[in-house]
Design a protein around this ligand. Sequence first.
Ligand code: OXT
Ligand code: ADP
Ligand code: MG
Length: 572
Amino acid sequence: MAEEMAEEATLTDGFNLVIDALKLNDINTIYNVPGIPITDLGRYMQAAGMRVLSFRHEQNAGYAAAIAGYLTQKPGVCMTVSAPGFLNGLTALAHATTNCFPMILISGSSEREIIDLQQGDYEEMDQLAIAKPLCKAAYRVLHAEDIGIGIARAIRAAVSGRPGGVYLDFPAKLLAQTMDAAAGEQSLVKVIDAAPRQLPAPESVARALDVLKGAERPLIILGKGAAYAQADDAIREFVEKSGVPYLPMSMAKGLLPDTHKQSAGAARSLALKESDVVMLIGARLNWLLSHGKGRTWGDKPKKFIQVDIEPKEMDSNVEIVAPVVGDIGSCVAALLDGMGDSWSAPPSDWTGAIREKVETNVARMAPRLQNNNVPMDYQGALGALRTIIKQRPDAILVNEGANTLDFARSIIDMYKPRKRLDVGTWGVMGVGMGTAIAAAVETGNQVLAIEGDSAFGFSGMEIETICRYDLPVCVVVFNNGGIYQGTGVNPSGGSDVSTTVFVKDSRYDKMIEAFGGVGVTATSPDALSQAVNAAMDSGKPTLVNAVIDEAAGTESGRIGNLNPQRVVAQKK
Ligand code: OXT
Ligand code: ADP
Ligand code: MG
């Protein structure tokens, strides 16, 4: 017996090595859904002092891990069971990769030998092969002594260069494998300088400043890469020193306060159409910026400068005359350096025109935000929430929907970086609850999630998760009774309702009461304001069912133009 005990003491196993490797690299939070073969791993992680949050669906655990990576610059970790759990997590892994958020999806898997002979293992699936095309890197670990290097590789792959999603495949047998404890200790790797600074070439900086200096109507566009970089002071200093108007993309709002005198957010069309030099900082010229061409950009010739860590991003859509390749912190520092002390601001007729358009658009919108209409329209409801965010600039705003998203983006000013978390590059519905949970867990800040009723439906069961961990999350469901609107009618006259409407007068607030949270229905902006302030003062999990006029929205919000326009009459 004694020798067995002694023998035992010199052994470690896969369970321990995974935990030791993650903790050694300062990864202490796991977003998961338990099940074979990872249930015990989650328990052991919790016993080892890690925070292990269990969700109701792996997709939401994955969205939580993805935004955790964006907020912390460390990979958020999602852990799932094999096959169906892995597949549920895969959407979030692909979303993280598309949005350049560092995330690791760890999934248990069935045994190689059986998979490769397709002999029908429990939840049999060649997960590694399926994951590879959808993420930045994918690895499988078969031996306990490789766990340390496998986790190290996953961490480095997730955060170095352009951040993204990494898949890590752990066959069930790996976790129970034993090995000599001392050798196990030796096999662990603490990743050194996982996201090394990438300094821009001096000539690229000089070239960019030359182009910017020569501009009559320059524009800076800040993207979520600039927010992710956490180079907030340098970015603000660069924008202000340049005197150039800037346009924040949705998740870059708050890098400088939206009320900043150089913000062109409320003059977007004018800024894009009339600018002659455009400097992209951590923003891609993808569909969100009409690929840098066409009607959105007007017909004046333009020169593009691009600051990005990914060299292949240059010339992706239009010619980049001044590519600056490097990490944004290093690039902006070098740009500031290169500007010296004699930088002259752009012509005042340009900055004045932008400013004037901003003031006109803001003044035009202002009265619509003060209404107290019942039923509420988007402007009245969001006008109330706009005031709350202004009073609580440290609160984190999570936002999804179509009208609920698009109106909130232009109505709610943000004042601090990384406080607006939304659907991102793909426009994904369902990110809301996972994002809200991770935002609360990673920052400890109060979270306000403004959700379209359809968007909320994708992940609404996580309301129980929010109550279970007693998180400071206030969810406001914009209940307009449907997708885009609640007025759809079945054209066939049949008994089914239209494809885009929901149960009339539904009471989402009753859902959270089932789990001990606070549920409120608000029918006016004043009532909404009162309910949300009470929730944010209490820090208690709250769901406000905000009754919105079912006719208030438009099809697909501001991107209705992306719908195929039918030219042939419907066949009778
Ligand atoms: O300059 P001009 O004059 O042009 O004016 C601009 C600004 O200058 C001005 N502005 C301002 N004026 C005054 N004051 C201020 N402060 C101000 N700020 C700005 O306003 C205008 C517009 O400015 P904006 O918004 O910045 O500019 P614009 O032109 O809109 O920018 C273009 C874009 C493309 C960059 C922007 O529109 C954008 O970022 N759009 C994102 C669109 C998006 O991603 N939408 C989500 C997806 S839609 C669809 O896919 C949905 N689905 C399908 C589905 C999805 N997505 N996922 C999955 C897994 N399954 C299915 C579904 C199911 S949405 C959806 C649910 C919808 O129903 P809900 O119930 O959830 O929501 P409701 O719609 O509320 O019912
Ligand atoms: P947005 O949707 O806000 O316009 P995108 O997701 O399109 O932003 O673009 C983000 C860009 O930022 C990506 O091209 C990515 O390579 C880049 N990026 C992310 N992190 C950094 C960083 N630390 N330094 C430089 N570029 C970065
Ligand atoms: Mg809706």
